[in-house]
Design a protein around this ligand. Structure first.
Ligand code: PRX
Length: 635
């Protein structure tokens, strides 16, 4: 697969203009040159924003695993495809070659078939970062089953909601997981979840921590013995371009999580092409993305994008702080990592530690650094640039979303001059627009507005599983004929984009997308709570942390506030997971409301941010008196 043939920024602009003049030709040339198709497409793109409906490469037939595995076997069969670095640094790293990956994926695919999984069935994968996670994803894709990976840090309730929403037939999990010095009993979380899931017929359990767990007769099966018995070749299911590939849940600002549906051909073309170009990938590079495969970053840029390029992709089971804060840099040195892709929250956490943790390792193999998931602040950017990149490696600040499937805005290494905190320019093929409050496009530079995309791109999510109406309302109803991202952005004097953050009620905590509504629902489950409102506030490691304003029910009795705080966070942990815990909980008499009864989160946000001079006019509120009390007692 070739890089964009551009050597200067001017050439990038020329290519960009070409992609806008004739997007179909632009994508067709990429799809023609680089992939294995069982049958080529009849049309490149058919779309209708009003439905909304997007079809890329209609008529084409393919299997994505042939592109990610089979075609590499003859040319780089012994090359490492997946390099697994375990949690414990004393445990040996595992190098899985393309040949070996083929065998393991085929065996796994045959196990799925033997267990009754067919094309179109949903399989829920709830696994830690062990090779079986990537292999099970590919095994599903091999036979046309739709995978739905649920991040293994989610609670049993969150897991059950996601299983029920897509009516998965199978769960793939493990007996447990290692995370730093801790072990986590994943199987009992699954058992608890399955008490309320009737669609699950089979649970496959991978052995990882060798714990003594019980298997439920007739439902649960150890994975490894089944794999040993399975045949090592599996003919790939031939899929239509628009057949579903996977569902991945992301939080909405209201309601239940949204199962974003991604389909086969467009997702493959886009993730492969962006991986190659954004990371400036070359054949012998060792690429490492530190994300969990439970998030879209891991799907697109640990599994599909790198493997479609025949790359070596690292999977790390552990955490950056174990056994000490030098672990990332030790791994970079040990495996001679060339591209390193991580989240601003990890950078901020590591920047707080002694520089010796970085300086004691040889990082000279690095060529490109990346960030993703949230805006990177200037200080973290410079720390990363100075200490990790030694001012010689370009930093690609990549903006994208679960919904976009792949990177949309990013510098191209050694080509686009970087600018701290700016994701810079849209990739060729991506047509952005900034929109003002009246829904009009803002032209020109040095402007800010709501970030939209005004032309389809191949890896866009095609629907929300089981709820196309919600897909339409969330992304295509705010403005005609464009996709609304939910983010605000500014465009500087040269046309560089900087993402300023969410403009809805989604808060990004440590790079995780959290909707306030489901957390408020959990808080309100506490028997002592009458009402609550949650906002974000700046946090020096997490980027944002959560601040809850809680009204207690009148009971006349005294309650211990610290215990209440713990209980509330316990409920959140059970319903969503520890990532959604509130850092601050303030008990208040009332919440500021408009006359129609809507909570004025803007005011609560300002108080949590400690921006008290600029609260705006509160006199029109239903209950202006509560504001002063909240300010007086703020935490
Ligand atoms: O607000 C933007 C932020 O993360 C959101 C998407 O979150 P999620 O679907 O979980 O996907 C994260 C990984 C792709 C966006 O709406 N975001 C993501 N990348 C950046 C970012 N904000 C600023 N700069 C980025 N580079």
């Amino acid at each position: 697969m070739s890089n964009y043939h551009v050597k200067t920024l001017e050439e990038y602009f020329q290519l960009y203009r070409k992609s806008v003049r004739n997007p179909e030709l632009f994508w067709e040339e990429i799809a023609e040159e680089h992939f294995v198709w069982r049958k080529k497409w009849d049309t490149v793109l058919e779309y209708d924003f009003s439905k909304p409906e997007f079809k890329w490469f209609e008529g084409a037939k393919l299997n994505i695993t042939e592109n990610c595995i089979d075609r590499h076997i003859h040319i780089r069969g012994d090359k490492t495809a997946i390099l697994f670095e375990p949690n414990n640094p004393d445990e040996e790293a595992e190098h899985i070659s393309y040949k070996e990956l083929h065998k393991r994926v085929c065996k796994f695919a045959n196990v799925l078939k033997e267990q009754g999984i067919k094309k179109g069935d949903r399989v829920c994968i709830y696994l830690p970062m062990i090779p079986e996670l990537a292999i099970s994803i590919l095994a599903c894709a091999r036979i046309g089953a739709v995978h739905s990976v649920v991040f293994a840090g989610f609670s049993s309730t969150a897991l059950a909601t996601r299983i029920n929403d897509c009516e998965a037939k199978m769960v793939i999990t493990s007996d447990g997981s290692y995370r730093g010095a801790k072990t986590i009993d994943l199987k009992s979380i699954v058992d608890e979840a399955l008490e309320s899931c009737s669609s699950i017929e089979t649970v496959l359990v991978a052995k990882r921590i060798h714990s003594d767990i019980e298997l439920k007769e007739g439902r649960d099966k150890w994975l490894q013995p089944l794999l040993e018995e399975a045949y090592q070749d599996c003919v790939p299911e031939i899929m239509d371009a628009e057949d579903p590939l996977f569902i991945l849940y992301t939080s909405g600002s209201t309601g239940s999580p949204k199962g974003m549906l991604h389909t086969t051909a467009g997702y493959m073309v886009y993730t492969a092409y962006t991986f190659k170009n954004v990371f400036n990938y070359k054949e012998n590079d060792i690429y490492w993305c530190t994300a969990d495969i439970g998030w879209i970053t891991g799907h697109s840029y640990i599994v599909y994008g790198p493997l479609a390029n025949g790359a070596t992709t690292v999977m790390f089971e552990g955490v950056p702080s174990y056994p000490d804060f030098g672990r990332f840099w030790e791994i970079v040195e040990k495996h001679k990592i060339t591209q390193f892709y991580t989240a601003p929250t990890a950078i901020r956490a590591l920047a707080k530690e002694n520089l010796d943790f970085v300086d004691s390792h040889d990082l000279s193999s690095l060529k490109v650094l990346g960030t993703v998931g949230e805006p990177i602040n200037e200080e973290a950017w410079h720390w990363y640039n100075d200490n990790v990149g030694k001012k010689k490696n370009p930093i690609v600040d990549t903006w994208w979303q679960t919904e976009t499937g792949g990177i949309m805005i990013s510098p191209l290494p050694y080509l686009t001059p970087t600018k701290p905190t700016y994701a810079t320019l849209p990739l060729p093929g991506i047509q952005l627009a900034l929109i003002d409050e009246n829904g009009k496009e803002i032209k020109g530079n040095q402007v800010d507005g709501r970030l939209c995309v005004k032309y389809p791109w191949p890896s866009m999510a095609r629907s929300i599983w089981g709820n196309h109406q919600r897909y339409k309302e969330t992304y295509f109803s705010a403005y005609d004929n464009m996709y609304f991202t939910g983010d605000g952005a500014l465009r500087d004097e040269v046309g560089y984009y900087r993402i300023t953050g969410r403009v809805d009620d989604v808060i990004i905590v440590s790079g995780h997308n959290l909707g306030t509504a489901p957390i408020e629902d959990s808080v309100n489950e506490h028997p002592a709570v009458a009402e609550s409102a949650i906002v974000g506030f700046p946090h020096d490691v997490k980027g944002n942390a959560l601040y809850g304003y809680v009204i207690l029910k009148e009971t006349g009795e005294e309650r211990n506030q610290d215990n209440l705080r713990k209980e509330i966070n316990q409920i959140i942990t059970e319903h969503i997971g520890p990532i959604a815990k509130l850092d601050k909980i303030q008990f208040v008499e009332g919440l500021p409301k408009t006359r129609s009864g809507k909570i004025m989160r803007r005011i609560l946000r300002k108080i949590a941010h400690n921006e008290l001079d600029n609260l705006g006019d509160v006199s029109t509120l239903l209950n202006p008196e509560v504001v002063q009390n909240i300010i007086k007692e703020r935490l």
